[in-house]
Ligand binder design. Structure first.
Ligand SMILES: [Zn+2]
Length: 379
């Protein structure tokens, strides 16, 4: 991911921060320091902003750790000025799982609120005076600000609109009574209506942030509808029907110079490498180009191929295969019927099948979404 840097790993999840985050820190410093005109207040602004993002990070970790407990891999958490995003390796299959993963984020903020409420009397908390517009920097103000921030995070995320947590919880509750596609349709429609309403409120109150959030919710809802439709279609196609039996295969004894022209002639993004009718490994276009760029001469394909490749069963649906590919970060898998090799299935091929399905149906446009993972929760 560009424009972001890693803070480290928690439970094997890459925690990343977007560079634009520093503008928010600057904004925090200016808002506090500017109005009170001193450096100490500016530092306080930075501290408030940092702690706010710690709350957002804990919220995303809530989603992520519950997802991991349910067997769903989490690739990374990205912190951005508008909030955080947890990128899951795949969608939860069961509505119950989606419900608890979505609820886990706001529940973390509820826990933070509970801790603050217990601490407040111990710290001798007094409501900060707001007489001159902004309270003076200090422990009281800090605690008060964190309390307000976490209550806002909970309330905001309970709005039943995709892709906010409330929208996911609402979809999950609906999906327990009807199919996933229908539930998504209803939840997304409600999300878009709420987004338009939110946008109008933003326009009339000239609240730029609210307009931005409304747009984010609106487009998030349509992406979610596209993904639900994709899931419905891909669940109907078996891997055996998507494996290309006419694909060109290579032999372990082939040389790089023989294979490079095949890349252009066949436009295949990947090849199975055979020996005695058995697949010994796979090479992708990227593997071949890397080997050619390395300039180590006319190498044997056996030396370039990936020996440890992904296998899927012929009876698995393309929806399952796509999840496996996303989970393992691989663009290709070999399809087997028992021990019999049937062909390769690629991410590009799956998207192509989806596009064909969508364009072959009346009233449908080919604008399918191509998500490589799923995003949970913006706080
Ligand atoms: Zn969330």
């Amino acid at each position: 991911m560009n424009w972001s840097f890693s803070l480290g790993r928690v439970s094997n999840i890459d925690i990343r921060v977007h560079f634009t985050f520093f503008f928010i820190l600057l904004l925090g410093a200016m808002q506090w320091g500017g109005s009170l005109g001193n450096g100490q207040a500016a530092l306080f602004g930075v501290l408030v902003t940092l702690l706010l993002f710690v709350c957002v990070l804990l919220h995303e970790l809530g989603h992520s750790l519950v997802a991991q407990r349910l067997g769903i891999p989490v690739k990374q958490i990205l912190l951005m000025p508008l909030g955080g995003v947890a990128l899951l390796g795949r969608n939860p299959d069961k509505p119950r799982h989606e419900l608890v993963i979505a609820a886990a984020g706001p529940l973390v903020n509820v826990a933070i609120i509970a801790v603050l409420l217990v601490l407040m009397p111990l710290l001798g908390f007094d409501l900060p005076s707001l007489a001159d517009g902004r309270p003076a920097p200090g422990l009281n103000t800090l605690v008060w600000w964190m309390l307000i921030a976490n209550v806002s995070l909970v309330l905001f995320n309970l709005i039943p609109a995709f892709p906010l947590d409330g929208g996911r919880m609402f979809r999950a509750l609906l999906a327990m009574r009807m199919g996933n596609a229908r539930a998504t349709q209803i939840a997304a429609r409600l999300g878009q209506v709420l987004a338009v309403g939110l946008g109008f409120v933003g326009l009339f109150t000239t609240n730029f942030l609210l307009i931005l959030i409304a747009a984010f919710v609106f487009f998030g809802a349509s992406a979610e509808t596209g993904e639900a439709r994709a899931r419905e279609i891909l669940s109907r196609v078996k891997a055996r029907d998507a494996a290309n039996p006419y694909a060109v295969t290579l032999n372990v004894g082939d040389r790089l110079s023989q294979v490079m022209p095949l890349l252009i002639a066949t436009r295949q993004p990947s090849f199975a490498v055979m020996f005695n009718g058995q697949v010994m490994g796979l090479v992708t276009e990227a593997d071949l180009r890397r080997a050619a760029a390395a300039g180590t001469g006319d190498a044997y394909i056996a030396g370039i191929m990936q020996r440890d490749f992904l296998r899927v069963d012929a009876e698995q649906t393309l929806y399952e295969v796509r999840n496996i590919l996303a989970e393992k970060n691989s663009p290709v898998a070999a399809v087997y019927d028992g021990e019999v090799y049937l062909g390769l299935v690629t991410l590009g091929g799956i998207h192509e099948i989806l596009r064909l399905w969508l364009t072959s149906q009346p009233g449908q446009t080919g604008s399918s979404s191509q998500p490589s993972g799923t995003v949970v929760g913006r706080a």
